[in-house]
Design a protein around this ligand. Sequence first.
Ligand code: AGP
Length: 610
Amino acid sequence: MCGIVGAVAQRDVSEILVEGLRRLEYRGYDSAGVAIISNDNELLTTKRVGKVQELTKALELNPISGGTGIAHTRWATHGVPSEENAHPHLSNGTIAVVHNGIIENHDELRKKLQALGYEFVSQTDTEVITHLVHHELKTSDSLLAAVQKTVKQLEGAYGTVVMDKRDKDNMIVARSGSPLVIGYGLGENFIASDIMALLPVTRKFSYLEEGDVAQISRFEVKVYNTYGEPVEREATEANVSHDSGDKGEYRHYMLKETYEQPTSVRNTLEGRLSGTELNIDTFGHGADEIFKNVDHVQIIACGTSYHSGMVARYWLEELAGVSCNIEIASEFRYRKSFVPKNSMIVTLSQSGETADTLAALRLAKEIGYTSSLSICNVPGSSLVRESDLSFMTKAGAEIGVASTKAFTTQLVGLLMMTLAIGKHHGMPIEQQQSIANSLQTLPNKLEEVLTLAPSIEDLAEDFADKHHALFLGRGDQYPIAMEGALKLKEISYIHAEAYAAGELKHGPLALIDAEMPVIVVAPKNDLIEKLKSNVEEVRARGGLMYVFADVDAHFESDDTMKVINVPHCDDIIAPIVYTLPLQLLSYYVAIIKGTDVDQPRNLAKSVTVE
Ligand code: AGP
């Protein structure tokens, strides 16, 4: 989704802005732009459609420089990707604005501003903010006051930054629905939609809260809440490596992040599980008391995070003896749902900023959920800040749009949550110890599974000319099949669906022919014989299968089936272990198809709009 970077400094900020945009590229975008107030108070802008590299080339040919500037990567919502629609947007050559989010009442505001004589040059919703600030400035004594009046008229979501060329020492920022983080430097300050953009210049950050408007100058940051009262937003040091944004020896972030999984799981376990002892403080203050009183868990998430929640339902009901529902956030937030007594809402998100998930959490609090927990990969994100408890996955920055290590570490967090809740609901101590022991074996098991990469790369050849694929799994492997299908469609653009293998005969069997590859996940568990029967159903109809099977499950390759033997692992961690071969399969298929693996078409990393 869109990305924002801004800086107020004494030095030239053009390189800081462009490097910030480059570091936000992973979020997905279609055009980029920058506006800088030069030392002689000129407002200079450059915009380009396409990659940040296009913008960089344009700036090399015609450099612009100055100490105050804003920059933006745009992911089109209103209006096609074009230079006119790219941000920053200007009003009367004096006001410049960048904006993330969607202004829902833009039509009505546009008409009002047109009646006042403003001419619109783009089809964007953002341009209304620009002219509105310009208009309000006529009756305000400062840019801050004009922005405060402006945001009161906006409906929808915004993270916005406003500059006025006549006031180059300040920029005004405002947040409602789209995150913004302030970065503190020495004699210079910054704003961004994601700390990643600012890591080369600072590690000290504070997050704006909903409704905040702030004035940022070189030596001072003043924040005002939604009522216009001055407030403090605590600044903290971010513990993220400067190099998180580098691909290292890997061709793509997705591959790097797939290979990082043994380490991210190790980091996620570290300090949380000593031997078989779970450190309950990991979930935050009062976690034990909250878990003791939970009788029902409602999980809410989107996309890949939703799939990890689906696995957790199997774990919570089977192992912890607690009832659990899981729902897609965009559905949950728009329906009236029944809230069982003593229910906890659990939100899952890599970014912690997914608009639908955040809205679902807010709704859950309103309708009577007694407690909330978020499992998230970004400290300080909105979901974390707005939940009673949180579990931070320690996956490290995930840049590839296709989620990999965030998913597997979420599953680790969910299994620990199952332990923490199960302990209070009669889970026998031996079972607790056995789960903890299995978790401790996980990083090494993932390392073993990654050695399958060359055979999976060979397998990928078979998919290059296919248009569809079916993924099958049973029990807690059904969500893993769904995740495998999502990965394949997301990065290779092959249409893929997943089914619980027992459902085949209720419809999808009709699709089976030699053109429909069927991928099966087959760990050796209680359902393996049932799964083998489903495999026979496919074989009898001439289907071609690719089976990721436990070495001890005795599947053998033949004319109708290619088997990849997966090292044996404990049942409980099998959903995590079997995820990796499917990630690798989709990656290698995408490589053969030549797609943009890290930034697949039409997608964004952090979905901060509805
Ligand atoms: C995963 O590969 C996807 N890019 C997407 O489904 C993602 O998981 C979803 O948008 C939710 O994001 P979140 O985890 O940051 O909330």
